[in-house]
Design a protein around this ligand. Structure first.
Ligand code: ADP
Length: 245
């Protein structure tokens, strides 16, 4: 007897994790959880668990890397050995190097780097558990960690992927969907309607691309609302702590 192939979307358009096609995974965000960093954020998005920490603006080491007119922005995205089913080698892979670069480039336009010449701002993103779309979850947390560090920002950067799985356009792909389908992560500064990252892993027609882009922008707008709520919650905590003193 031949086995029926596993489908990721059922006849009622419900996905393996119970979501509708245009639904985000549940997101939980917390700020200021790493005491030793200047700013930090933790995000859970579905099964993704990711920490972001920011140091700076501070003196640049090595000093010759300092830029005369703006801050030097550095970013390190890393997946911990226990973040995936089989132990991942701890040394940075080509994939992590690429993701570090695109995250740095997508956050850079949001930062008033010109306020801090000859300094560095270092962003660390540590994936504790991965289940698809970790660059987007990492961007969401890193942008909030920058805000938590008190670094002036033009806007928060929200991120979300859309893509195609089994002939359906879907929002916020999880691990199995990411593996099987086409994934298009984007990052957005919603106030300016400015896309700061757009990648695609797979193939879409022009029409599908437009629809997926609109879907991902809508996802980013929902993420942005959650980011602002998390930031407000952080300052309500600060206010309460000050009043208690
Ligand atoms: P993103 O996490 O941004 O979607 P990719 O599309 O490269 O980036 O990866 C998709 C998913 O594949 C990851 O979220 C993770 O769940 C899984 N993955 C990535 N690298 C590894 C690895 N070395 N071992 C096992 N799974 C991995």
């Amino acid at each position: 007897m031949t086995k029926k192939p596993l489908t990721l979307i059922n006849k009622k358009n419900i996905r393996v994790d119970g979501r509708k096609l245009d639904e985000l995974r549940p997101i939980k965000i917390e700020l200021n959880i790493i005491g030793n960093a200047n700013g930090s954020a933790y995000i859970e998005q579905g099964k993704n668990k990711i920490l972001a920490a920011v140091y700076g603006p501070k003196e640049v080491h090595p000093r010759h890397l300092a830029l005369p007119d703006r801050a030097l922005l550095r970013c390190q995205y890393h997946m911990s050995p226990f973040s995936v089913k089989e132990r991942k080698r701890p040394a940075p892979s080509r994939r992590e190097t690429e993701i570090s670069k695109v995250i740095r480039e997508c956050l850079s336009p949001s930062i008033f780097g010109e306020y801090y010449p000859r300094t560095s701002i270092d962003i660390y993103i540590e994936v504790l558990e991965a289940d698809g779309g970790t660059r987007c979850s990492g961007i969401i947390a890193a942008s909030l960690a920058l805000a938590d560090a008190g670094i002036p920002l033009r806007d928060l950067v929200a991120a979300c992927a859309a893509g195609k799985v089994e002939e359906h356009l879907v929002l916020d792909l999880n691990g199995p969907e990411d593996n099987k389908g086409t994934d298009m992560p984007i990052a957005l500064m919603p106030t300016f309607n400015a896309v700061t990252l757009l990648q695609m892993n797979g193939i879409l027609t022009t029409d599908e691309f437009e629809q997926a882009l609109n879907l991902a922008v809508k996802g980013c707008e929902q993420v942005y609302t959650l980011q602002k709520e998390a930031l407000k919650a952080r300052y309500i905590n600060v206010k309460e702590e000050v009043e208690e003193e």
